[in-house]
Design a protein around this ligand. Structure first.
Ligand code: KG4
Ligand code: ZN
Length: 334
């Protein structure tokens, strides 16, 4: 059979990324231009500024991905691009670049769901086995998704308020840590030998949903109360307590779902899956349970285009094609 080469493009949030993927699992090139310095100046992602960065970077990033792959456009089989969800202005930059590239080179275009991309990052490491349970934890998402086969996604739980990464970023701000908050809290928590006790939001006994806004408020209240008494917090202890609360709930619900649905494989994905504490906790429980658990290396957990190329290839093989009417879909459903 002929090899399949797909160009992946991702611009849904704050990374401008392009990648060439061979046969859905082999990374030929993977280029990510981050906007982290500009976000640190503003304390987060400013949509208008993110779009402007994408406009400046997108052509360069695509050219670099092709050059690094030592491929010409005619060697490609299709262009896969993140169609949603995400910031609409940011999505449109990637989609328009993909359309122009596809049109100029006579290639089909495929619209990929960003979360499908995060899940398929795992396909770049080892083949998926079904039924599969995916825990997606990022700045915009906290979801448990069941897959019976390629391209089939069933949402079994999601956050009712803040995403896990959003909680990390907000609590980091309360602790005076830089953006993005996840890595900073992760590091600080490791330095602590004492964890402040914060609540865990289990919700209804049978629910796979999550809630993190109460935890965020608990941290704010804890700091406020101490300051009222002229005390001050020990940031490392707060970071450790917050992180423990997040990890305990994520781990317990993922484990319960894996057992209920009798899955063959559990995977984690998204920026928060880069968290050392979370990875260790999931490793331990699934090792004990005898269920294979995988999480991609950190560079494939945070936003990238290799994952979009991987998910796009699965769709390409399945015969799915987009067209020139494609538009950014900020609220796209999986
Ligand atoms: O997947 P991602 O790069 O972008 C979205 O699609 O949202 O995820 C970014 C999120 C941010 O909230 C960041 O604070 C969090 O992932 N994050 C972490 C870690 N590294 C990144 N959260 C916890 N621990 C980490 N080590
Ligand atoms: Zn993401």
């Amino acid at each position: 059979d002929k090899d399949i080469y797909i160009l992946g493009i991702e611009t849904s949030c704050d990374e401008t990324a392009a990648s060439v993927i061979k046969n859905g699992h082999e990374i030929i090139s993977n280029v990510v231009a981050s906007q982290i310095q500009s976000q640190q100046r503003f304390g987060g992602v400013v949509p208008e500024i993110a779009s402007r960065h994408h406009v400046e970077q997108i052509t360069l990033v695509i050219e670099e991905a092709l050059a690094a792959a030592k491929l010409e456009p005619e060697d490609l089989d299709a262009v896969a691009v993140t169609e949603g969800p995400g910031l609409v202005g940011a999505l449109l930059i990637g989609i328009n670049a993909a359309k122009a590239f596809a049109f100029a080179n006579g290639l089909p275009i495929i619209g990929v769901h960003h979360i499908a991309g995060h899940i398929y990052a795992n396909q770049l490491m080892q083949p998926m086995e079904f039924p599969l349970l995916a825990l997606i934890v990022s700045g915009g998402h906290t979801e448990l998704v069941m897959m019976e086969k390629h391209g089939s996604f069933k949402l079994i739980g999601e956050t009712r308020d803040d995403a896990a990464g959003e909680a990390y970023d907000k609590v980091a701000r309360v602790l005076g840590l830089p953006y993005p908050g996840g890595p900073a809290i992760d590091k600080l928590a490791l330095e602590s030998d004492e964890a402040i006790e914060f609540p865990r939001a289990w919700l209804e006994a049978d629910s796979y949903d999550f809630s993190f806004s109460g935890l965020k408020s608990a941290v704010i209240n804890y700091k406020h109360n101490l300051e009222q008494k002229d005390g001050s917090i020990v940031p490392a202890h707060v970071a450790a307590g917050f992180q423990q609360s997040v990890i305990e709930v994520l781990t317990a619900k993922t484990l319960r779902a894996a057992k209920e649905f009798n899955v063959k494989q559990v995977i984690a994905a998204g920026g928060v899956a880069a968290n050392k504490g979370l990875r260790a906790s999931l490793d331990v429980v699934f090792e004990k349970e005898g269920i294979p658990f995988y999480v991609p290396p950190i560079s494939l957990c945070t936003d990238n285009a290799a994952m979009i190329g991987a998910a796009g290839t699965a769709m390409f093989i399945d015969g799915k094609r987009g067209n020139m009417e494609m538009n950014g879909r900020p609220g796209m459903q999986l």
